[in-house]
Design a protein around this ligand. Structure first.
Ligand code: SF4
Ligand code: SF4
Length: 412
């Protein structure tokens, strides 16, 4: 944790030294930018987008509340003041503190914002359980309804097929407690689940992990013969399918692990790695908006430097390529899942790696522990596994066998 605190300070120091001064000055090369005029004044949301069939007009860069804790109401208000109008949370985030903080901060502003929440409903949960979870979220958010209610972290089609989920969402809609239904996901069976949700017409919005490091177009365009292989060739297809069906597409985990401080020395004022990564996903015309965890005012202001763009900027490819080269070998693509069958003891390797990312890359041990505790199966088996058949199973070179046991020790 000492390291992670140092990283945050380093980043703040960088921003203080003037990187932000460049945002809105040299950031919008007119040849590439979709904004018609370069921004002036403080960073702010520069584009609102229609979220598919919901018709909601949401900020293209929106507030992810997974790391929000009590006492951070000012952070939420800073985002609101900058024009962010879509706040994403879940009952499990920070043990309910995220919802409570958003509810406190946005009291009196309900008609000006869109609120989402999520529940992890299992394949055999009853609708009464789901309704209780929803009502708990509404209480903490201090509202009568959420705009979108997500079936959270879905990695198993059976959860979507559960008739109780369908009846619960229908009933909650009738009662006015939810307006639209969504599905979120970031694990190995994401594509299969999204395909099912779209084909069965079961969702209005999806929220999925998507970044340049998972996108085959990135490797095709920039790497040529370089030895990288995108392991989610179907993700752009599913995103395009959602667009065709007028389902809203919000993406997350857009920073490919968010090892931001590693990149500071290569960034220039107003053209940072995070802005480049955001521009990459927002340049996909099938993506409506992104959410990202916002943990400081400086971060919000930096992130909003990419608002309004629908294309990459000239300085982006070198930054993204450098990041991919630096981190590609240790970055787990989560949903690629090529290693899934390598573990005879059924360890959900991609999920374990995701929680490790929260701890190591985000520096958020609390989030990591809470997500790890929710795994149906964890990496305890790795403590006593001597032959380690998962060794070499990752085509990207992630050293699975040396990471899973330490992750378990760290997070239990
Ligand atoms: S460890 Fe490797 S194979 Fe397994 S999900 Fe991550 S990137 Fe894919
Ligand atoms: S170390 Fe053993 S138990 Fe752990 S993921 Fe690898 S094969 Fe499975």
């Amino acid at each position: 944790m000492a390291d992670s605190r140092k990283q945050v300070l380093d980043r703040r120091e960088f921003l203080k030294r003037g990187a932000l001064a460049g945002i809105g000055v040299g950031l919008f090369p007119l040849a590439e930018a979709s904004a018609s005029t370069p921004p002036s004044g403080p960073p702010q949301v520069r584009r609102y987008t229609t979220l598919g069939r919901t018709g909601l007009r949401i900020s293209d860069i929106s507030f992810g509340g997974s790391r929000l804790v009590s006492g951070q109401e000012d952070l939420v208000l800073h985002a609101y003041d900058r024009g962010i109008n879509y706040f994403d949370t879940a009952e499990t985030y920070t043990g309910g503190e995220s919802e409570t903080t958003i509810g406190n901060a946005l009291r009196g502003k309900r008609d000006k914002v869109f609120l989402t929440s999520k529940v992890i409903s299992s394949a055999d949960d009853r609708r009464q359980t789901m309704m209780r979870a929803l009502e708990g979220s509404l209480r903490r958010l201090q509202t009568d309804y959420v705009d979108i209610y997500f079936n959270h972290a879905v990695n198993n089609v059976e959860r979507l097929k559960n008739p109780e989920w369908l009846e619960f969402t229908a009933e909650a809609r009738k009662q006015g407690k939810i307006r639209f239904v969504g599905m979120s996901g970031h694990a190995g069976h994401l594509i299969e689940c999204l395909d099912y949700a779209l084909d069965s017409n079961g969702i209005d919005v999806f929220l999925a992990a998507y970044n340049f490091g998972q996108d085959p177009h990135f490797y095709q365009r920039f790497f040529g013969g370089f030895d990288f292989v995108a392991r989610q060739p179907d993700l752009p297809r599913v995103i395009a399918k959602a667009k065709q069906k007028n389902v809203g597409v919000v993406v997350m985990k857009t920073l490919m692990g968010a090892r931001l401080n590693d990149m500071r020395q290569y960034e220039s004022a107003g053209a940072t790695f995070s802005q480049a990564a955001f521009r990459w996903v927002l340049s996909n015309p099938d993506v409506d908006a992104l959410i990202v965890s916002m943990t400081s005012r400086e971060m919000i202001d930096e992130y909003l430097g990419a608002s309004g763009w629908r294309s990459t900027a000239a300085a982006d490819p070198p930054l993204l390529m450098r990041y991919a080269r630096m981190n590609g070998a240790s970055y787990c693509r989560h949903a690629c899942n090529a290693c899934e069958s390598s573990c005879p003891r059924g360890v959900p390797i991609a999920d374990v790696m995701r929680t490790r990312m929260y701890a190591r890359d985000y520096g958020d041990i609390r989030l990591a522990r809470s997500e790890y505790a929710m795994l149906v199966r964890n990496a305890e088996a790795c403590l006593t596994c001597s032959s380690k058949p998962c060794r070499g199973a990752c085509p990207h070179g992630v050293p699975i066998d040396s990471l899973t046991a330490p992750t378990h020790r760290l997070l239990v």
